[in-house]
Design a protein around this ligand. Structure first.
Ligand SMILES: [Zn+2]
Length: 340
Protein backbone atom coordinates (compact mmCIF):
# COMPACT_ATOMS: atom_id res chain seq x y z
CA UNK A 1 0.00 0.00 0.00
CA UNK A 2 2.00 2.96 -1.21
CA UNK A 3 -0.68 5.59 -1.74
CA UNK A 4 -0.79 8.64 0.52
CA UNK A 5 -4.18 7.89 2.10
CA UNK A 6 -3.30 4.27 2.95
CA UNK A 7 -0.12 5.49 4.63
CA UNK A 8 -2.07 8.04 6.66
CA UNK A 9 -4.74 5.49 7.62
CA UNK A 10 -2.01 3.16 8.87
CA UNK A 11 -0.33 5.76 11.06
CA UNK A 12 -3.33 7.57 12.57
CA UNK A 13 -6.47 6.78 14.60
CA UNK A 14 -8.48 9.52 12.85
CA UNK A 15 -8.03 11.78 9.85
CA UNK A 16 -9.54 15.25 9.61
CA UNK A 17 -11.07 15.89 6.18
CA UNK A 18 -12.28 19.26 4.95
CA UNK A 19 -15.56 21.16 5.11
CA UNK A 20 -17.86 22.80 2.60
CA UNK A 21 -16.78 23.70 -0.91
CA UNK A 22 -20.01 25.30 -2.16
CA UNK A 23 -20.51 27.47 0.93
CA UNK A 24 -16.99 28.90 0.59
CA UNK A 25 -17.28 29.52 -3.15
CA UNK A 26 -20.61 31.34 -2.79
CA UNK A 27 -18.96 33.54 -0.16
CA UNK A 28 -16.26 34.30 -2.77
CA UNK A 29 -18.85 35.52 -5.23
CA UNK A 30 -19.88 32.41 -7.15
CA UNK A 31 -23.41 32.92 -8.48
CA UNK A 32 -26.06 30.27 -8.05
CA UNK A 33 -26.25 28.44 -11.38
CA UNK A 34 -22.57 28.99 -12.30
CA UNK A 35 -20.26 26.01 -12.74
CA UNK A 36 -17.51 26.44 -10.10
CA UNK A 37 -15.17 24.14 -12.05
CA UNK A 38 -14.50 26.96 -14.55
CA UNK A 39 -12.74 28.83 -11.76
CA UNK A 40 -10.00 26.17 -11.76
CA UNK A 41 -8.83 27.83 -14.98
CA UNK A 42 -10.38 31.34 -14.82
CA UNK A 43 -9.78 32.20 -11.13
CA UNK A 44 -6.99 29.97 -9.81
CA UNK A 45 -6.21 32.35 -6.93
CA UNK A 46 -9.71 31.86 -5.56
CA UNK A 47 -9.34 28.09 -5.78
CA UNK A 48 -5.94 28.31 -4.07
CA UNK A 49 -7.65 30.27 -1.27
CA UNK A 50 -10.48 27.70 -1.15
CA UNK A 51 -7.97 24.86 -0.66
CA UNK A 52 -5.76 26.78 1.76
CA UNK A 53 -8.71 27.23 4.15
CA UNK A 54 -8.91 23.60 5.35
CA UNK A 55 -5.15 23.00 5.05
CA UNK A 56 -4.38 25.99 7.27
CA UNK A 57 -7.14 24.86 9.67
CA UNK A 58 -5.47 21.47 10.12
CA UNK A 59 -7.24 19.16 7.64
CA UNK A 60 -5.25 16.06 6.64
CA UNK A 61 -7.25 15.61 3.45
CA UNK A 62 -9.22 17.95 1.22
CA UNK A 63 -11.38 17.67 -1.88
CA UNK A 64 -10.75 19.25 -5.25
CA UNK A 65 -13.17 21.75 -6.82
CA UNK A 66 -14.42 19.21 -9.34
CA UNK A 67 -17.70 17.94 -7.83
CA UNK A 68 -19.67 18.73 -10.99
CA UNK A 69 -16.75 18.05 -13.36
CA UNK A 70 -18.30 15.22 -15.36
CA UNK A 71 -19.52 15.63 -18.94
CA UNK A 72 -23.23 15.42 -18.03
CA UNK A 73 -22.99 18.20 -15.45
CA UNK A 74 -20.64 20.40 -17.48
CA UNK A 75 -22.93 20.06 -20.50
CA UNK A 76 -25.43 22.28 -18.66
CA UNK A 77 -22.78 25.02 -18.98
CA UNK A 78 -21.59 24.04 -22.46
CA UNK A 79 -18.37 22.72 -20.90
CA UNK A 80 -18.68 19.04 -21.81
CA UNK A 81 -15.53 19.21 -23.96
CA UNK A 82 -13.43 20.56 -21.08
CA UNK A 83 -13.67 17.63 -18.61
CA UNK A 84 -9.97 16.72 -18.78
CA UNK A 85 -8.75 20.31 -18.65
CA UNK A 86 -10.96 21.45 -15.73
CA UNK A 87 -10.32 18.38 -13.57
CA UNK A 88 -6.60 18.44 -14.22
CA UNK A 89 -6.40 22.14 -13.34
CA UNK A 90 -8.44 21.63 -10.15
CA UNK A 91 -6.12 18.84 -9.03
CA UNK A 92 -2.92 20.66 -9.99
CA UNK A 93 -3.72 23.64 -7.76
CA UNK A 94 -4.64 21.22 -4.96
CA UNK A 95 -1.36 19.33 -5.35
CA UNK A 96 0.56 22.59 -5.09
CA UNK A 97 -1.29 23.64 -1.89
CA UNK A 98 -0.93 20.17 -0.31
CA UNK A 99 2.78 19.94 -1.06
CA UNK A 100 3.40 23.31 0.58
CA UNK A 101 1.70 22.24 3.84
CA UNK A 102 4.86 20.87 5.46
CA UNK A 103 3.04 17.72 6.59
CA UNK A 104 1.29 14.90 4.72
CA UNK A 105 -1.96 16.23 3.21
CA UNK A 106 -4.01 14.06 0.86
CA UNK A 107 -5.52 15.48 -2.34
CA UNK A 108 -8.88 13.81 -2.91
CA UNK A 109 -10.30 14.24 -6.41
CA UNK A 110 -14.00 15.01 -5.94
CA UNK A 111 -16.44 13.25 -8.27
CA UNK A 112 -20.11 14.06 -7.64
CA UNK A 113 -23.12 12.44 -9.29
CA UNK A 114 -23.84 12.79 -13.00
CA UNK A 115 -27.22 14.29 -12.19
CA UNK A 116 -28.87 11.76 -14.48
CA UNK A 117 -31.01 8.79 -13.52
CA UNK A 118 -29.45 5.41 -14.27
CA UNK A 119 -31.15 2.78 -16.43
CA UNK A 120 -33.56 1.07 -16.30
CA UNK A 121 -35.44 3.86 -14.45
CA UNK A 122 -33.62 6.57 -16.38
CA UNK A 123 -31.64 6.85 -19.59
CA UNK A 124 -28.02 6.75 -18.34
CA UNK A 125 -26.58 3.29 -19.01
CA UNK A 126 -23.96 1.76 -16.73
CA UNK A 127 -21.43 1.79 -19.56
CA UNK A 128 -22.00 5.49 -20.27
CA UNK A 129 -21.65 6.34 -16.57
CA UNK A 130 -18.36 4.41 -16.35
CA UNK A 131 -17.07 6.26 -19.40
CA UNK A 132 -18.07 9.64 -17.96
CA UNK A 133 -16.45 8.96 -14.58
CA UNK A 134 -13.37 7.50 -16.24
CA UNK A 135 -12.81 10.65 -18.28
CA UNK A 136 -13.02 12.73 -15.10
CA UNK A 137 -10.79 10.33 -13.16
CA UNK A 138 -8.04 10.56 -15.76
CA UNK A 139 -8.05 14.36 -15.49
CA UNK A 140 -7.83 14.23 -11.70
CA UNK A 141 -5.04 11.66 -11.83
CA UNK A 142 -3.09 13.71 -14.38
CA UNK A 143 -3.35 16.74 -12.10
CA UNK A 144 -1.85 14.83 -9.17
CA UNK A 145 -4.82 13.66 -7.04
CA UNK A 146 -3.82 10.96 -4.53
CA UNK A 147 -7.24 9.31 -4.50
CA UNK A 148 -10.61 9.76 -6.15
CA UNK A 149 -13.39 10.92 -3.84
CA UNK A 150 -16.81 9.86 -5.11
CA UNK A 151 -19.50 11.71 -3.11
CA UNK A 152 -23.18 12.56 -2.66
CA UNK A 153 -24.21 9.45 -4.62
CA UNK A 154 -27.76 8.07 -4.22
CA UNK A 155 -27.86 5.06 -6.58
CA UNK A 156 -25.88 1.84 -6.04
CA UNK A 157 -25.40 1.54 -9.83
CA UNK A 158 -23.78 4.97 -10.01
CA UNK A 159 -21.44 4.10 -7.11
CA UNK A 160 -20.51 0.88 -8.90
CA UNK A 161 -19.85 2.79 -12.14
CA UNK A 162 -17.50 5.19 -10.33
CA UNK A 163 -15.69 2.20 -8.80
CA UNK A 164 -15.16 0.71 -12.25
CA UNK A 165 -13.84 4.07 -13.48
CA UNK A 166 -11.29 4.16 -10.66
CA UNK A 167 -10.03 0.76 -11.78
CA UNK A 168 -9.76 1.88 -15.40
CA UNK A 169 -7.75 4.94 -14.29
CA UNK A 170 -5.63 2.82 -11.92
CA UNK A 171 -6.09 5.07 -8.89
CA UNK A 172 -7.37 4.27 -5.37
CA UNK A 173 -10.70 5.72 -4.34
CA UNK A 174 -13.14 6.48 -1.55
CA UNK A 175 -16.89 6.84 -1.93
CA UNK A 176 -19.70 8.32 0.13
CA UNK A 177 -23.45 8.41 -0.39
CA UNK A 178 -25.99 10.96 0.80
CA UNK A 179 -28.68 9.59 3.12
CA UNK A 180 -31.10 12.48 2.88
CA UNK A 181 -34.50 10.78 2.65
CA UNK A 182 -35.62 9.57 6.08
CA UNK A 183 -32.37 7.68 6.65
CA UNK A 184 -32.09 6.33 3.12
CA UNK A 185 -30.52 7.65 -0.06
CA UNK A 186 -32.93 9.22 -2.53
CA UNK A 187 -32.84 5.90 -4.42
CA UNK A 188 -33.81 3.98 -1.29
CA UNK A 189 -30.52 2.49 -0.07
CA UNK A 190 -30.07 2.10 3.71
CA UNK A 191 -26.78 2.25 5.64
CA UNK A 192 -26.77 -1.55 5.91
CA UNK A 193 -27.56 -1.81 2.21
CA UNK A 194 -24.57 0.35 1.37
CA UNK A 195 -22.17 -1.82 3.41
CA UNK A 196 -23.44 -4.95 1.62
CA UNK A 197 -23.09 -3.21 -1.76
CA UNK A 198 -19.53 -1.99 -1.02
CA UNK A 199 -18.30 -5.37 0.17
CA UNK A 200 -19.87 -7.10 -2.85
CA UNK A 201 -18.19 -4.81 -5.43
CA UNK A 202 -16.63 -6.79 -8.29
CA UNK A 203 -14.05 -4.04 -8.82
CA UNK A 204 -11.39 -2.73 -6.41
CA UNK A 205 -13.19 -1.78 -3.22
CA UNK A 206 -12.80 1.71 -1.72
CA UNK A 207 -10.06 2.55 0.82
CA UNK A 208 -12.90 4.04 2.89
CA UNK A 209 -16.64 4.49 2.47
CA UNK A 210 -19.31 6.43 4.26
CA UNK A 211 -21.84 9.23 4.22
CA UNK A 212 -21.76 12.92 3.37
CA UNK A 213 -24.28 15.75 3.41
CA UNK A 214 -27.78 14.30 3.92
CA UNK A 215 -29.82 16.34 6.35
CA UNK A 216 -28.42 17.29 9.78
CA UNK A 217 -25.26 16.29 11.68
CA UNK A 218 -27.31 14.03 14.01
CA UNK A 219 -28.82 12.14 11.07
CA UNK A 220 -25.39 11.55 9.61
CA UNK A 221 -24.13 10.02 12.85
CA UNK A 222 -27.15 7.73 12.98
CA UNK A 223 -26.09 6.51 9.52
CA UNK A 224 -22.51 5.99 10.78
CA UNK A 225 -23.87 3.88 13.65
CA UNK A 226 -25.72 1.88 10.99
CA UNK A 227 -22.46 1.25 9.09
CA UNK A 228 -20.59 0.28 12.25
CA UNK A 229 -23.34 -2.16 13.25
CA UNK A 230 -22.53 -4.21 10.12
CA UNK A 231 -19.08 -5.03 11.53
CA UNK A 232 -17.12 -4.20 8.37
CA UNK A 233 -13.42 -3.46 8.99
CA UNK A 234 -13.26 -0.90 6.18
CA UNK A 235 -12.62 2.68 7.41
CA UNK A 236 -15.78 4.80 7.64
CA UNK A 237 -16.08 8.40 6.41
CA UNK A 238 -18.35 10.93 8.18
CA UNK A 239 -18.88 14.27 6.43
CA UNK A 240 -21.96 15.83 7.97
CA UNK A 241 -23.52 19.23 7.50
CA UNK A 242 -22.91 21.95 10.09
CA UNK A 243 -25.98 21.48 12.24
CA UNK A 244 -29.55 21.28 11.03
CA UNK A 245 -30.67 22.88 7.74
CA UNK A 246 -33.10 25.79 8.08
CA UNK A 247 -34.80 27.83 5.38
CA UNK A 248 -33.77 31.48 5.62
CA UNK A 249 -34.77 33.99 2.94
CA UNK A 250 -35.47 31.24 0.43
CA UNK A 251 -32.20 29.33 0.78
CA UNK A 252 -30.91 26.66 3.11
CA UNK A 253 -28.77 27.91 5.96
CA UNK A 254 -26.67 25.87 8.40
CA UNK A 255 -26.23 27.47 11.79
CA UNK A 256 -24.13 24.83 13.55
CA UNK A 257 -21.45 26.55 15.64
CA UNK A 258 -17.77 25.50 15.77
CA UNK A 259 -18.52 24.15 19.25
CA UNK A 260 -21.32 21.97 17.89
CA UNK A 261 -19.13 20.63 15.07
CA UNK A 262 -16.36 19.90 17.59
CA UNK A 263 -18.84 17.74 19.52
CA UNK A 264 -19.96 16.14 16.24
CA UNK A 265 -16.36 15.23 15.34
CA UNK A 266 -15.75 13.48 18.65
CA UNK A 267 -19.10 11.67 18.47
CA UNK A 268 -18.31 10.61 14.88
CA UNK A 269 -15.02 9.06 16.00
CA UNK A 270 -16.71 7.33 18.95
CA UNK A 271 -19.46 6.08 16.59
CA UNK A 272 -16.81 4.35 14.48
CA UNK A 273 -15.73 6.86 11.82
CA UNK A 274 -12.03 7.24 10.93
CA UNK A 275 -12.14 10.00 8.30
CA UNK A 276 -14.09 12.91 9.76
CA UNK A 277 -15.00 16.19 8.10
CA UNK A 278 -17.92 18.46 7.43
CA UNK A 279 -20.19 19.15 4.49
CA UNK A 280 -22.52 22.12 3.83
CA UNK A 281 -21.94 25.08 6.13
CA UNK A 282 -18.62 23.79 7.52
CA UNK A 283 -15.96 26.54 7.43
CA UNK A 284 -12.26 26.54 8.38
CA UNK A 285 -13.32 27.97 11.76
CA UNK A 286 -15.37 24.82 12.35
CA UNK A 287 -12.44 22.64 11.26
CA UNK A 288 -10.05 24.27 13.76
CA UNK A 289 -12.49 23.44 16.57
CA UNK A 290 -12.99 19.90 15.27
CA UNK A 291 -9.25 19.22 15.16
CA UNK A 292 -8.71 20.61 18.68
CA UNK A 293 -11.54 18.45 20.03
CA UNK A 294 -10.26 15.28 18.36
CA UNK A 295 -6.76 15.93 19.73
CA UNK A 296 -7.83 16.66 23.30
CA UNK A 297 -10.86 14.40 23.91
CA UNK A 298 -10.27 10.82 25.00
CA UNK A 299 -12.13 8.12 23.05
CA UNK A 300 -15.44 7.08 24.65
CA UNK A 301 -17.86 4.18 24.09
CA UNK A 302 -20.10 4.26 21.02
CA UNK A 303 -22.75 6.97 21.64
CA UNK A 304 -26.45 6.16 21.81
CA UNK A 305 -29.02 7.95 19.64
CA UNK A 306 -30.22 9.81 22.74
CA UNK A 307 -26.70 11.03 23.48
CA UNK A 308 -26.27 12.23 19.87
CA UNK A 309 -29.64 14.04 19.91
CA UNK A 310 -28.91 15.63 23.29
CA UNK A 311 -25.61 17.06 22.07
CA UNK A 312 -26.35 17.89 18.41
CA UNK A 313 -30.13 18.21 18.22
CA UNK A 314 -32.88 15.81 17.17
CA UNK A 315 -33.19 13.69 14.04
CA UNK A 316 -35.08 14.86 10.95
CA UNK A 317 -36.95 11.57 10.62
CA UNK A 318 -38.26 9.09 13.17
CA UNK A 319 -36.33 6.10 11.84
CA UNK A 320 -33.06 5.37 10.04
CA UNK A 321 -34.85 3.68 7.15
CA UNK A 322 -33.89 0.14 8.15
CA UNK A 323 -36.85 -0.77 10.35
CA UNK A 324 -40.52 -1.50 9.85
CA UNK A 325 -41.45 2.17 10.17
CA UNK A 326 -39.09 3.19 7.38
CA UNK A 327 -40.40 6.17 5.57
CA UNK A 328 -42.75 7.14 8.38
CA UNK A 329 -41.24 10.60 8.37
CA UNK A 330 -40.84 11.67 4.79
CA UNK A 331 -40.07 15.31 5.49
CA UNK A 332 -36.84 15.18 3.50
CA UNK A 333 -38.37 13.58 0.40
CA UNK A 334 -37.97 15.51 -2.78
CA UNK A 335 -35.09 17.70 -1.61
CA UNK A 336 -32.57 18.52 -4.30
CA UNK A 337 -28.93 17.50 -4.38
CA UNK A 338 -26.54 20.19 -3.30
CA UNK A 339 -22.83 20.46 -3.58
CA UNK A 340 -20.70 20.14 -0.46
ZN1 LIG B 1 -23.51 19.06 1.95
Amino acid sequence: MSDALSRLLKSRDWILADGATGTTLFNMGLQSGDAPEFWNVDAPDKIRALYSGPVDAGSDLFLTNTFGGNAARLKLHDGQDRVGELNRAGAEIAREVADRAGRPVVVAGSMGPTGEIMAPMGSLTYEAAVEMFHEQAEGLKAGGADVLWVETISAAEEYQAAAAAADLAGIPWCGTMSFDTAGRTMMGLTSAGMVDMVEALKTTRPLAYGANCGVGASDLLRTVLGFAAQGSERPIIAKGNAGIPKYVDGHIHYDGTPDLMAAYAVLARDAGATIIGGCCGTTPEHLVAMRAALETTAPAPRPTLDQIAARLGGFSSAADGTGADAGAAGAARGRRRRRG
